[in-house]
Design a protein around this ligand. Structure first.
Ligand SMILES: Cc1cc2nc3c(=O)[nH]c(=O)nc-3n(C[C@H](O)[C@H](O)[C@H](O)COP(=O)(O)O)c2cc1C
Length: 306
């Protein structure tokens, strides 16, 4: 029996569920203690009441722990438990609320930083809030990344013009989508560069980053099409660490002298125009490109930036 591999959003989502339950249950327990014994004696917190007297309306709100208990229950308890239930029901709102309530906890602890001397508990809970907020953000990003889909069958015009070729490398599918759309418009054939090193997932991201930092070429599977047969080749590449993606660097090296005419499409997060990349590609291929377009891509939202 094969074990089902969990996606990154599922793993991050479980951590988020842990944080919402941990903070939520802890807050409900603390609030119950305060409301059951508002003097704070039972929880050994009566000596801390004087610290609250610097807060606004302290003479009404902070003479015992009733207001603090209700506030804790509402701000950190019920909120986090609601997010936990939404996460268990696999609702997207649970992810957003789980992250937001991490920030809420950090703000709550900021009040403690102001009124109490620096202490281990407050600092720990501030760190917990930060972890929760980051986990929420990561879950949200991973969900969006995994929801991004590219289906070759949506592009029926690809391959109708045998004189043109679109070559691309894509880790997460963003560059692939742009390449398919372009090939569908022009009728060009498409060829996907495949790296033989690990590029997928979180480990793959760091591995790609290593190649990119060193400006190394990354080994690729043998190029299938005969590049000399095409009148024009369009090369789509992601930008890695302000430079040419490592598998495309290897492709360009192997394609030197075989491509007659080419244009480049550079896909990246920023609004920059990476002239160093088009220059490197020209140098590797031994040609002068006919055009170069930069496309900024943020989680599947594309913008042409010159
Ligand atoms: C290792 C690595 C380094 C990156 N470095 C940059 C960078 O320096 N600048 C930038 O704008 N985007 C950078 N990116 C983001 C990619 O260029 C961008 O997400 C692109 O859309 C990836 O497309 P793909 O997922 O189809 O391969 C980097 C991505 C990776 C994996």
């Amino acid at each position: 029996m094969t074990r089902r591999k969990h996606t990154r959003s599922q793993i991050a989502g479980r951590w988020l569920l842990f944080w919402t339950l941990f903070i939520g249950i802890g807050a409900v327990a603390g609030a119950s203690g305060m409301l059951l014994d508002p003097s704070g004696k039972a929880m050994g917190m009566d000596a801390m009441l004087p610290y609250f007297q610097v807060l606004p309306f302290a003479d009404i709100l902070f003479q015992n722990y009733i207001f603090s208990g209700i506030a804790l229950l509402v701000v950190n308890g019920l909120t986090n438990l609601t997010a936990a239930v939404l996460l268990l029901l696999k609702k997207k709102s649970g992810v957003v609320l789980g992250g937001v309530f991490g920030v809420t906890l950090m703000l709550w602890i900021c009040i403690q930083f102001v009124i109490f001397p620096l202490n281990f508990m407050s600092t720990s809970y501030y760190v917990f809030g930060f972890c929760q907020a980051v986990t929420g953000y990561m879950t949200w990003v991973f969900c969006r990344q995994e929801a991004f889909r590219v289906d070759r069958s949506d592009y029926p015009n690809i391959g109708t013009d045998s004189t043109r070729l679109v070559v691309f490398f894509s880790r997460m599918g963003y560059v692939k989508k742009q390449a398919y759309e372009a090939a569908n418009r022009s009728g060009a054939q498409v060829y996907e560069i495949k790296a033989t090193e690990r590029t997928e997932g979180t480990l793959g991201f760091w591995w790609c980053g290593r190649f990119a930092m060193h400006r190394w070429a990354m080994p690729i599977e043998p190029t299938v099409p005969d590049l000399t047969e095409y009148d024009h080749v369009t090369i789509y590449t992601p930008i890695w660490v302000f430079s040419l993606a490592a598998p495309v660097r290897e492709f360009c090296k192997q394609a030197a002298g075989k491509i007659r005419e080419a244009d480049y499409i550079l896909v990246h997060h920023t609004k920059g125009t990476y002239k160093n990349v088009s220059q490197e590609m020209d140098c590797l291929l031994g040609i002068a490109h006919t055009a170069c377009v930069n496309i900024s891509c943020k989680m599947g939202v594309f913008r042409n930036c010159g």
